[in-house]
Design a protein around this ligand. Structure first.
Ligand code: AMP
Ligand code: ZN
Length: 115
């Protein structure tokens, strides 16, 4: 598994810094965003370091699909029952701040801070 030693999400994936984990398997990790935009705000990441969505390759197809399958399952587990939003920011104009591919999944009763 390839990690970037300077990447904050790789450090969460390898346990070097703590994260409030909601799900983990061989390929994926989900944890609570440190600055939530909504009552429930998870980040789903691949454990392998891929900087952004525009860097994905055909061999990533399996865990990319799993990320989407996981979103509704985790929202249900978190008690979100009235819909949720999924967002992947890509690159500078996409508003990406952390360069390790991640999908925001957020929901819960409105109002939300963002969106
Ligand atoms: P983006 O703009 O899509 O790159 O969003 C990065 C997200 O990562 C932001 O919502 C941050 O609040 C979140 N974040 C940054 N550092 C951490 C951390 N150590 N633990 C959890 N979430 C984080
Ligand atoms: Zn990384």
């Amino acid at each position: 598994m390839s990690h970037d030693p300077n990447c904050i999400f790789c450090k969460i994936a390898t346990g070097q810094i703590p994260g409030r984990k909601a799900y983990e398997d061989d390929e994926l990790l989900a944890f609570h965003d440190i600055h939530p935009w909504a009552p429930v705000h998870l980040l789903i990441i691949p454990k392998v370091h891929v900087a952004m969505l525009s860097d994905v390759q055909p061999e990533h197809q399996s865990w990319l699909g799993k990320m989407l399958l996981l979103a509704p399952r985790l929202m249900k587990e978190q008690g979100v029952s009235n819909g949720f939003r999924t967002v992947i920011n890509t690159g500078a104009d996409g508003g990406q701040e952390v360069y390790h591919l991640h999908m925001h999944v957020y929901g819960g009763p409105r109002p939300w801070l963002k969106g």
